[in-house]
Design a protein around this ligand. Structure first.
Ligand code: GDP
Length: 363
């Protein structure tokens, strides 16, 4: 599954938000997952299309797709200069696909800010500096290893060295590795370093209860920064999320309506994460189970099948595909087939958001 790491300075509301995520996940926990570590929260991705499909197919069970949030503690100003960011921190953050950077935008005299005042842009800079330094460290270590091996004249090492030097320049200028504008090929050459600042970022502005409506100047600044960087930003209120996480489906809807909100902050975080990672959803719709699956935009049919099981990918023969709208308009597979709207697609088919799929494969 896709993983989003949560980072932030102390006292910005990380634990509050993470706890809301975990209890929201526990609430809907009918997943066939094994034991989950305490710093991992699995949440379902809300998708009204799933309910529409279920209403037609009437399956035994309905399973939404999920996204994992990983609480990555240990980021403080100066961390990478002193003892260094802990190995545990680095180990966790290297594994995630995207980073949610929680920044404090709520004023509350009872909650001390580590730097004395609420200033989200300064917080973002502190975090970026720490992550930059961690990446520089990783990169220098690799570069010095390559230099030792350079005599071998290995072309691939040479190519990697060139990319690393390019990235080093960007990092030294105080910018994240993702600003280096690497080509796909270049990215591939340095992929195994798992550079932290190469990962996409979602800024989560943690606002006061009263500031959820309208736009607080703090939040506006965070949004501007995100727009400049091609990142995503959402405003959420940790305190309210904690309350929402305690409610079940109907109560939750009522509470949101009362607050004048369309969906919870957590739902907005998930949507933004989807956007940021270029993720889309396809469905399988059988009488046993109607289920949503997450893939990347541009994934082809065999890769999509591989999300269900690696054997589906290896033995892929073809896929039967019905577009979501057609499936709903024809009230199901039989109707769609009658109208000639069930397509047979091969291994080069690029899966579209909402596709209802059935895979044929060899075992
Ligand atoms: P962490 O150190 O980043 O994990 O921060 P915590 O989640 O422990 O929050 C630090 C303090 O800020 C706690 O006392 C929270 O109750 C408080 N806090 C968190 N979110 C909000 C919020 O949205 N509004 C207000 N007023 N306080 C909050």
């Amino acid at each position: 599954g896709f993983k989003c790491g949560i980072v932030g300075l102390p006292n910005v509301g990380k634990s509050t938000i993470f706890n809301a995520i975990t209890s929201a996940g526990a609430e809907s926990a009918n997943y066939p997952f094994c034991t989950i570590e305490p710093n991992v929260g699995v949440v379902s991705v809300p998708d009204p299309r799933l309910d529409a499909l279920a209403a037609i197919v009437k399956p035994q069970r309905v399973l939404p797709t999920t996204i994992e949030f990983v609480d990555i503690a240990g980021l403080v100003r100066g961390a990478s200069r002193g003892e260094g960011l802990g190995n545990q921190f680095l180990g966790h953050i290297r594994q995630v696909d995207a980073i949610a950077n929680i920044v404090r935008c709520f004023d509350d005299d009872n909650v001390v800010h580590v730097d004395g005042s609420v200033d989200p842009l300064r917080d973002i800079e502190v975090i970026q500096t720490e992550l930059n330094l961690a990446d520089l460290d990783t990169l220098e270590k690799r570069l010095s290893r390559i230099q030792k091996q350079a005599k071998s004249g290995d072309k691939e090492l040479k190519a990697q060295q060139e990319v690393l030097e390019k990235v080093r320049e960007v990092l030294n200028a105080g910018k994240p590795a993702r600003a280096a504008g690497l080509s796909d090929e270049e990215r591939g050459l340095v992929y195994d370093l798992h550079l932290i600042t190469a990962k996409p970022v979602l800024y989560v502005a943690n606002v006061a209860e009263d500031d959820l409506q309208g736009e607080h100047p703090h939040v506006a600044r965070v949004r501007e920064l995100a727009a400049r960087e091609g990142a995503e930003a959402v405003a959420i209120c940790g305190k309210i999320e904690a309350e929402i996480a305690e409610l079940d489906g109907e109560e939750k809807q009522e509470f949101l309506k009362e607050m004048g909100l369309e969906c919870s902050g957590l739902d907005r975080m998930i949507q933004a994460g989807y956007q940021l990672l270029g993720l889309i959803t396809y469905f399988t719709a059988g009488v046993k189970e109607v289920r949503a699956w997450t893939i990347r935009q541009g994934d082809r049919a065999p890769q999509a099948a591989g999300v269900i099981h690696s054997d589906f990918e290896k033995g892929f023969i073809r896929a039967e595909v019905i577009a979501y709208d057609d499936f709903v308009a024809c009230r199901g597979e039989a109707g769609a087939k009658e109208k000639g709207l069930l397509r047979l697609e091969g291994k080069d088919y690029v899966v579209q958001d909402g596709d209802v799929m059935h895979f044929r494969f060899n075992v």
